[in-house]
Design a protein around this ligand. Structure first.
Ligand code: ADP
Length: 604
């Protein structure tokens, strides 16, 4: 029986295939669908996103995108039915919602097999209608979590503003597609870099948005590594330039001294004193070169952000005491008998702490104090700190030295900037100390300044913000007035004679009975043998140190007050004292007032 129906009157494209897979007939609608002649299933498949299986032409229907002659991806259903060895393929342009298509197993297989995170949104309803399994497993959020939350929730905080700008631009300029790189934070907190592509498209007169996300984390890692390597090379280059630009001049003076005095040393007629003096010149000049190099390297590191400030407990008074100990133990001080050093603390409590970087504060203080000492012959150097409003501390170093001429104020913070009105011997520094100090103050978010008058002296100040760690207010009993401790016995463990005599002199007016132990073993022994009301414990002692002696005393007696006295001013030394069982830590040098006030807190 022949075909009684004229297939050309059917508006849907129809292709009739014989059992040899070749077209027997195609209707007008089919012919006009494609530009080229489509005569076989193979040829038809080239236009389909999901091809028809030529071995399975049993009656069924299948969804696909079809690429027609205008290159438009139309969504279609292809019905196949068979009769008399012929297969009739009818293509129906789908009005189906894209959402239905996304549920199609072909589509799911296809989208799941590509290594991209895919999200599809219906713009009219602002609903997410598809999230690929790949994305779900990558970032660990469920389908519902991804579909029901705004993109900002998954986006790394610092990238939100950038994406907002791009999306605004897309909207304002009516762009179809945009792409950019951004970070997404997975459910377990891991940060992924994705290259994101957002495209708007239309289907069945509805607008959709497809978001494709490609994981580029490892590419970014390589990029960061390369960037770091590039910066390292640049830093090294900068460092090298700093050396090359400045070294020849700066190094000449100490090098001349070294070569000059070395040649003088060869003279066999030199006296011993002369020889010692020349060796000292050579040592000093070698140290100058070493300091110069250390300073250049540290400045380069600060300039290239390789040094990060610490945020830790700072015992401000310990830093000041340590700076004091450093300065008074300098040879130069001995050579300047008419120079006095004074310390001013705004808070005398040894436990006064703030949060900042103790090492850096100490380093800046040391630079400023060394300068004050270098440029002051007589009079005084006063240094210390003042607590300022808004959690800030101002440190200062004031001297009665030669001062700095107004025209030189500009240059002294610059690299290798030195004032010219001073003789070379005094100004043996590299001219880097203040540059470094300024950079260190800036590292701590502070600022440094100075006032100076030639012939009268200079005051350098730096103010840094700090965090208050805790507010310890100790009400100190007044030291004035009579203190009578004649019924009290204080054990003083101290290995240095002069220190013991100081303590003895300080406590004389209190009439306390003192027992002197000259090392840790003797302290424990004397504690056992006597009825002790309080122990003053030095920490650095031979045989047995103050930590161990305190521990042993604590095994015998848990309540006797033990006050540690230590010249070490590192914060963890203080902790170690408390851990060993001390009730209080006095940082050397101790003055009479502090000593009596502290003891008064423990005995009455
Ligand atoms: P240097 O290592 O040469 O001391 P600095 O950068 O610390 O370098 O100081 C730069 C210059 O500033 C010094 O050479 C000196 O001329 C001047 N200067 C710094 N501190 C003082 C001070 N307290 N009194 C007088 N001049 C000072």
């Amino acid at each position: 029986m022949g075909n009684v129906l004229d297939i050309n009157i059917i508006p849907s494209p129809i292709l009739i295939i014989g059992d040899d897979n070749h077209a027997i007939e195609a209707n007008n609608a089919f012919v006009s669908l494609f530009e080229t002649n489509v005569k076989t299933i193979d040829q038809l498949n080239k236009h389909l996103q999901f091809p028809i299986d030529i071995n399975d032409l049993t009656p069924h229907h299948q969804n696909s995108f079809i690429n027609d002659k205008a290159g438009i991806d139309a969504f279609v259903t292809i019905n196949s039915s068979q009769s008399n060895g012929q297969t009739v393929l009818t293509i129906t342009q789908e009005k189906t919602d894209l959402q239905d298509f996304l549920k199609d197993k072909n589509c799911i297989n296809f989208l799941s097999n590509i290594p991209l995170g895919i999200i599809i949104k219906d713009i009219s309803t602002d609903k997410t209608i598809f999230v690929s399994d790949y994305l779900i497993s990558k970032i660990g959020y469920s389908y519902d979590e991804i579909a029901s939350n705004p993109w900002k929730l998954f986006t790394y905080n610092e990238d939100i503003a950038m994406q907002e700008d791009i999306m605004r631009d897309k909207l304002q300029n009516g762009l179809n597609a945009v792409y950019f790189d951004k970070r997404i934070v997975s459910k377990n907190g891991r940060i992924f870099w994705f290259s994101e592509y957002i495209r708007t498209f239309e289907h069945s007169k509805k607008k959709y948005q497809i978001i494709a996300l490609r994981d580029i984390s490892s590419e970014k890692e390589i990029e960061t590594e390369l960037d770091r390597a590039k910066h390292l090379v640049e830093d090294a280059e900068r460092l090298k330039s700093a050396f090359l630009d400045n070294l020849p001049h700066e190094i000449r003076t100490p090098l001349h001294a070294i070569t000059g005095f070395t040649s003088l040393l060869i003279d066999p007629d030199l006296s011993n004193e002369e020889r010692v003096e020349y060796v000292k010149f050579i040592q000093d000049s070698s140290n100058d070169i070493l300091n110069l190099m250390d300073n250049i390297i540290e400045i380069a590191k600060l300039e290239t952000n390789q040094i990060k400030p610490k945020r830790e407990k700072c015992y401000i008074n310990s830093i000041i005491d340590k700076s004091y100990n450093d300065i008074i133990s300098k040879q130069e001080i001995m050579e300047k008998p008419q120079l006095t050093i004074d310390v001013k603390k705004d808070n005398n409590d040894p436990l006064f702490t703030v949060v900042s970087d103790p090492e850096r504060i100490h380093q800046i203080m040391s630079h400023l104090l060394n300068n004050a000492l270098k440029f002051t012959e007589t009079g005084s150097i006063e240094f210390g700190y003042r607590l300022k409003e808004k959690n800030r501390i101002e440190f200062y170093v004031s001297d009665t030295g030669i001062g700095i001429a107004p025209e030189e104020h500009e240059i002294i913070f610059k690299k290798f900037g030195k004032s010219g009105n001073i003789n070379t011997n005094k100004n043996r520094g590299s001219g880097l100390g203040l540059t470094l100090s300024k950079k260190l103050v800036e590292l701590l978010n502070g600022n440094i300044s100075f006032e100076s008058t030639v012939g009268e002296g200079s005051t350098f100040k730096f103010v840094i913000p700090v965090e208050k760690e805790q507010k310890i207010t100790i009400t100190r009993p007044s030291v004035n007035g009579e203190t009578n401790w004649s019924s009290k016995t204080i054990l003083v463990a101290e290995d240095t004679d002069s220190n013991y005599f100081f303590i003895e002199a300080f406590l004389e007016r209190t009439h306390a009975n003192l027992i002197w132990a000259q090392d840790g073993n003797e302290a424990v022994q004397l504690f056992k043998e006597n009825n002790i009301d309080l122990v003053l414990m030095d920490i650095m002692m031979p045989e047995k140190d103050g930590y161990d002696a305190t521990r042993e005393i604590r095994e015998i007696n848990t309540s006797v007050p033990v006050i540690a006295q230590t010249a070490l001013a590192l914060p963890d030394d203080e902790e170690k004292c408390y851990n060993a069982g001390c009730n209080y830590v006095l940082v050397k040098p101790i003055n009479s007032e502090d000593l009596i006030a502290t003891i008064k807190r423990f005995i009455y």
